[in-house]
Design a protein around this ligand. Structure first.
Ligand code: SAH
Ligand code: SF4
Length: 351
């Protein structure tokens, strides 16, 4: 038997079925309540008590909190969630001066096997549904509101490869845009380089930001760090990136986790400059000092060399920034919280 639809997996049609017998405007009322007021059904005081209770039961949440931790004086909040089948994913909310960004998971685990990534080391559990992705954003948006902030940005940089779960991910993007009212320019999809996915993304109407996790600018090294490079080598990947730029007319970014002695040499910077400048608009480069993971015996590049690498890119004419690291004391690096709390029980908070 199929499970009841979760609150944010429900489409307007689903709501219509749940609200059968009610006046038609109820669907809009509930939809706006869920997405514009970020309310739970039992908080919709314009509905009768009986109907609220019925909806609360018909539209259960999908995510149970296992742990919620905060750091950076409350500026970073991280959740480990448990899904109905026991699989676990994580979400991180980060408040900055001028924006609040949530980093969401698109899959439970990941099948791409990048050697330096905790999620990749643990393997693939299953795809997330649209509602499981959207709920991460709504719950972070509620938390941002409680913190006196407004959630403004969404990045698909949590667990999983969004373009290997294309349809649910794209449906989530459309929901975030259409129902939550987030601008496409404030939504970033990060990919390890799934070329057919990038081409599909280029054909979509919404111009989301694209981040490509490059990490190496020559095929030999990239094959090692990012195994999917053997299927979609750099020449094919660059071609798809150029296609995305041509379709959207907007700069894309390359992610580069700096690994001590592996991809942080002058030669790596020079090759990266070449790749970034080979595009119709030079790519912006985001440098991230590698977060150490238990399954990979190499360290992040020391900060002094991170800056030198950044400066070399800039001298080569490429825009580069060093990503602020957030939440390291709460294991807010990809996949790490889940590994630390492998045996914790979820706490029963259901709204
Ligand atoms: N699968 C997608 C999105 C999730 S990973 C992708 O790979 O782009 C989000 C980002 O975290 C990617 O840029 C990824 O390379 C990076 N990342 C993974 N493990 C990391 C680590 N140990 N240290 C620093 N960055 C890491
Ligand atoms: Fe998957 Fe991204 Fe981690 Fe690679 S870096 S294993 S694609 S989550």
């Amino acid at each position: 038997m199929s499970r009841p639809t979760t609150r944010y997996d429900a489409t307007r049609d689903h709501l219509g079925e749940v609200l059968a017998g009610q006046p038609r405007y109820r669907v809009d009322q509930v939809w706006e309540g869920l997405y514009e007021q970020l309310a739970a059904p039992d908080e919709l005081t314009t509905l009768s008590k009986g109907l609220r209770a019925e909806l609360q039961q018909a539209l259960p949440l999908a995510l149970d909190v296992v742990t919620e931790s905060s750091s950076d004086r409350g500026e970073t909040v991280k959740w480990l969630w448990q899904l109905h089948d026991g699989t676990r994913v994580e979400t991180v909310l980060m408040h900055y001066d001028e924006r609040s960004t949530v980093c969401v998971s698109s899959q439970a685990g990941c099948a791409m096997g990048c050697t330096f990534c905790a999620t990749g080391q643990a393997g693939f559990d299953r795809q997330l549904t649209t509602g499981e992705i959207v709920e991460q954003v709504v719950r972070a948006a509620r938390r941002a509101r409680d913190d006196g902030r407004r959630l403004s940005n969404v990045v698909f940089m949590g667990m999983g490869e969004p373009l290997a779960n294309y349809d649910p991910t794209w449906a989530a993007v459309e929901r975030l845009h259409g129902a939550l009212g987030l601008s496409a320019r404030h939504i970033t999809v990060s990919t390890v380089g799934i070329v057919p996915g990038i081409r599909r993304l280029a054909a979509e109407a919404l111009p989301v930001n694209l981040a490509v996790s490059l990490h190496a600018a020559d095929d030999a090294l990239r094959d090692e760090l990012v195994p999917i490079n053997r299927r979609y080598p750099l020449s094919t990947l660059m071609d798809a990136c150029a296609g995305y730029l041509q379709a959207k007319g907007r700069r894309l970014s390359f992610e580069w986790a700096l690994i001590d002695g592996v991809n942080d040499r002058d030669r790596d910077a020079d090759l990266l400059v070449e790749r970034a400048r080979s595009l119709p608009l030079p790519a912006h480069v985001n440098l991230i000092p590698l977060n150490p993971t238990p399954g990979y015996a190499v360290r992040g590049t020391p900060m002094r060399r991170v800056r030198a690498f950044r400066d070399r890119l800039r001298e080569g004419g490429v825009n580069a920034t060093v990503r602020q690291t957030r939440g390291t004391e709460i294991d807010a690096a990809c996949g790490q919280l889940r590994a630390t709390h492998a045996s914790s029980e979820p706490v029963a908070i259901r709204r």
